[in-house]
Design a binder for this molecule. Structure first.
Ligand code: NDP
Length: 230
């Protein structure tokens, strides 16, 4: 399988790359900025040089996505899967009267419009029959999980869920998932988080590999494949 992952230099994204190459998948690692500074990813590439391709993708920059697509076309690389993992949480814990609208714009630009930009350009490289798109969402995006904090983050993921649901109907032959990955021990999730990103990536691979049965008409779920309420 050939799988493109955004935000692949650390956290959950890096786990997808590490576990993917161990399965023998060809992993296309989307990163922003100079690849020289992403030592952990470069280590994986050094160990599996034939299985890791690094491309520059800043999900807020549509031109970077166009260029990455050209690179994949030159390499004759089609995709079996696309994992929209890159995300930010900039309004952490902020209450409604503390919100900074610029942070809202940034959050939506990356968490919602980022996956939309990537799908817009990269879907043409998906092989069709039996390919997949995973949009990494969050339980914070569920209406059933409203709390006074992380407003923009939660709203950006709700909107991402809507995109996933519409995409699932629009794209034939492509399974679309909007997955809450769990509370993870990463820079975003923090040190108190109970789950490792490797554990989450393992479970999400099981979903797309068909090892866990999911309802194909419902895109929003957790890493175990359990349905979430929008
Ligand atoms: P991290 O903060 O550890 O990593 C975020 C990744 O996204 C980094 O690789 C970062 O790259 C990348 N990124 C941010 N902005 C952009 C951009 N504009 N273009 C390209 N890449 C970008 O987060 P996690 O690994 O924890 O989170 C991964 C996903 O899981 C996110 O979508 C998050 O919302 C979701 N999630 C995480 C939870 C958790 O508990 N950790 C819980 C629920 C959902 P760079 O190094 O360049 O900044």
């Amino acid at each position: 399988m050939n799988i493109l992952v955004t935000g692949a230099n650390r956290g959950l994204g890096l786990s997808f790359i590490k576990l993917g190459v161990e399965k023998g998948y060809k992993m296309i690692a989307g990163i922003r900025g100079d690849k020289g500074k992403h030592e952990d990813l470069l280590k994986v590439q050094a160990e599996y040089p034939d299985l890791v391709e690094i491309v520059n993708i800043d999900v807020s920059d549509e031109e970077s996505i166009r260029q990455a697509k050209r690179v994949l076309e030159k390499l004759d690389l089609e995709l079996d899967g696309l994992i929209n993992n890159a995300g930010v949480l900039v309004d952490r814990g902020k209450k409604f009267d503390e919100l900074d609208l610029d942070e809202g714009l940034l959050t939506f630009d990356i968490n919602t419009f980022g996956p939309i930009r990537v799908v817009k350009h990269m879907h043409a490289l998906l092989k069709g029959e039996d390919s997949f798109i995973v949009n990494i969402s969050s339980d914070a995006g569920s209406i059933a999980n409203t709390y006074d904090g992380d407003y923009f983050y939660g709203m950006s993921k709700s909107a991402l869920n809507m995109f996933s649901e519409k995409l699932n109907r629009a794209l034939k032959g492509v399974r679309v998932y909007s997955v809450h990955p769990g509370w993870l021990h990463t820079d975003m999730g923090g040190g108190q988080a109970p789950m490792s990103p490797d554990e989450s990536a393992t479970c999400i691979y099981h979903l797309v590999e068909g090892k866990v049965e999911t309802d194909p008409s419902h895109t929003y779920m957790n890493y175990k494949g359990e349905k979430f309420d929008f």
